[in-house]
Write a protein that binds this ligand. Structure first.
Ligand SMILES: Cc1cc2nc3c(=O)[nH]c(=O)nc-3n(C[C@H](O)[C@H](O)[C@H](O)COP(=O)(O)OP(=O)(O)OC[C@H]3O[C@@H](n4cnc5c(N)ncnc54)[C@H](O)[C@@H]3O)c2cc1C
Ligand code: SF4
Length: 486
């Protein structure tokens, strides 16, 4: 039992954030972490509930609430409170291969379901998780731990996002020889080339990749496994193949003049910024720049927010984010009670920065694009917009023209790219995810398994880790006849 009166004595204290006008001057993370004593007090706020909704990962009201990984949250909160950070690490690593990623980028489904949040502020679960793992890295507790015995089985993982990495990590710890194939020049999937550096510094991703390599996982980059020949080579050379290629097929705009220059999919724009940051420190001409431009972003979600923060760091002249749906309420609606996931309006870091720089929220709700306007030389100059009724029909006479030198499309994803599925002969669902039986990870083709966004559709890092771990169990059972992986 933790500190019985902790939640009464101590207020929630989050990791501090550098002020928006300061942090836009760099691309680094901007949340310095609390010191050990403050962290212990945050651990003490946990009520050690008999039924901890925070670790349930249960579907409530049609959405998952609580941690999908079933992280043993009250246990490690108590160990944080008592100062036993090393033991807390052991309990944390039991369910989560990469707490340094979720501790930075997870939307914290756990905190939405925390009992302290029913009448006050939830426990800082996500930051406690990050505190435990970063304390461990600093003290050298996270070290390569190769398996004592090898099984002689070989597994190929295609795709090195969090799903592929979690699967590879589990299978490698079990003693199988794992090779991860990645088409990009660096492994990490969207952890490396999607989520911006200010949310997840790439040295943090590289640190984990280096550890996995030291443990025996082999990474082969610059290899696009996409033709039947390559697929057959993997099937011939490995005992099992796991497809973890993500759901990177972007939803496009069907508007007049779509082919003008200066229009990018959000992920391509973010990827090229990160690649240039890592390769050349953002040398001019090495990435599509928003500097001095009026930027319009289609999509009011999290990816759009990452684009806002990135464009502001590039030095854009203005930025707006168009969202088709109405603004969500600021507080939970009555029909959306605790511990359901709260369907409320969140103002994220990029939007905070836009408010600080331009004096207003960049989001324009119930609005979409109807046409792109060129400058006569093939480049985008402006966009036409229209307001939408709640049923998404256009409001007559509401058309407007916005200046636009850069248009970013962050309108979601339409599932996996089909060429990989075709090369391996696996079946896709109508939503372009690889088909398996419910709750299973084996495809209809012998030896081939799947996990992550490619399996469940565009989702979250925490779900990708869960899927990677579950797929590893399925592969291990297939190879050994049983599994002792969790
Ligand atoms: C811009 C952006 C920001 C996001 N921010 C967050 C966030 O803050 N928090 C959060 O929880 N989630 C976030 N997400 C979602 C999250 O990143 C994904 O759900 C998660 O990365 C999915 O993991 P994955 O391993 O299934 O696929 P991915 O991370 O997409 O990795 C798939 C990998 O497979 C590789 N690949 C594909 N085809 C082949 C092939 N034929 N051969 C070899 N390699 C191949 C790709 O290059 C890629 O590296 C974000 C997504 C985007 C787009
Ligand atoms: S992985 Fe996400 S939901 Fe689970 S404990 Fe960490 S922050 Fe919470």
């Amino acid at each position: 039992m933790g500190k019985p009166t902790g939640f009464l004595e101590y207020q929630r204290q989050g990791d501090p954030a550098q002020a928006p006008l300061e942090r836009i001057g760099h691309y680094d993370e901007f949340h310095p972490r609390l010191g050990r004593e403050d962290r212990r007090r945050q651990g003490a706020r946990c009520m050690e509930c008999g039924v901890p909704f925070c670790q349930s990962g249960a579907v409530l009201g049609g959405m998952v609430s609580g941690c999908p990984l079933h992280n043993l949250i009250p246990e490690w909160n108590d160990l944080v409170y008592t100062g036993n950070f090393g033991h807390a690490l052991e309990r944390l690593m039991k369910t989560n291969n990469f707490p340094e990623f979720t501790g930075r980028v997870c939307p914290a489904l756990c905190e939405a379901a925390c009992t302290c949040g029913l009448h006050g502020d939830p426990v800082t679960i996500k930051e406690n998780e990050l505190g435990i793992i970063e304390d461990a890295w600093e003290r050298g507790l996270v070290a390569p731990c190769p398996p004592k015995t090898r099984t002689g089985k070989q597994v190929a993982v295609v795709g090195s996002g969090p799903a592929g990495l979690a699967c590879a990590d589990q299978l490698s710890k079990r003693g199988h020889a794992v090779t991860v194939f990645e088409r990009e020049d660096r492994p990490g999937g969207l952890l490396m080339y999607g989520i911006p550096n200010m949310k997840l510094e790439k040295r943090i991703v590289q640190r984990r990749l280096d550890l996995m390599a030291a443990q025996g996982v082999e990474f082969v980059t610059g290899t696009d496994v996409g033709r039947e020949k390559e697929a057959q080579e993997l099937l011939d050379g490995f005992d099992a193949v796991v497809l973890c290629c993500g759901a990177s097929n972007p939803r496009d705009l069907k508007v007049k003049n779509r082919d003008v220059n200066g229009v990018y999919f959000a992920v391509d724009f973010l990827k090229e910024t990160t690649r240039s940051l890592l390769d050349s420190g953002l040398a001019p001409g090495t990435f599509p720049s928003a500097k001095g431009k009026d930027v319009v972003i289609v999509g009011g979600g999290d990816t759009g927010n990452d684009c806002v923060g990135t464009c502001i760091r590039h030095g854009c002249k203005s930025v707006v984010q168009l969202e088709m749906m109405p603004k969500a309420p600021d507080q939970r609606a009555e029909r959306n009670p605790w511990p359901e996931w709260p369907k409320v309006c969140k103002t994220d870091y990029g939007q905070e920065e836009a408010i600080a720089v331009f004096g207003h929220d960049p989001r324009i709700y119930q609005t979409t694009l109807t046409e792109l306007i060129g400058d006569g030389k093939g480049n985008i100059k402006a966009v036409k917009t229209v307001r939408l009724h709640p049923d998404l029909s256009p409001v007559e006479g509401s058309e407007q023209t916005l200046e636009c030198g850069l248009l970013l499309i962050a309108a979601g994803f339409l599932g996996a790219q089909s060429y990989v599925a075709e090369a391996f002969g696996v079946e896709l669902t109508p939503r372009a995810a690889v088909h398996t039986q419910a709750g299973d990870y084996a495809t209809g083709v012998p030896k081939i398994f799947t996990a992550g966004d490619m399996h469940r559709g565009q989702s979250l890092v925490v779900w990708a880790i869960w899927e990677g771990r579950q797929a590893a169990r399925a592969v291990d059972t297939y190879l050994m006849g049983y599994t002792n992986l969790e």
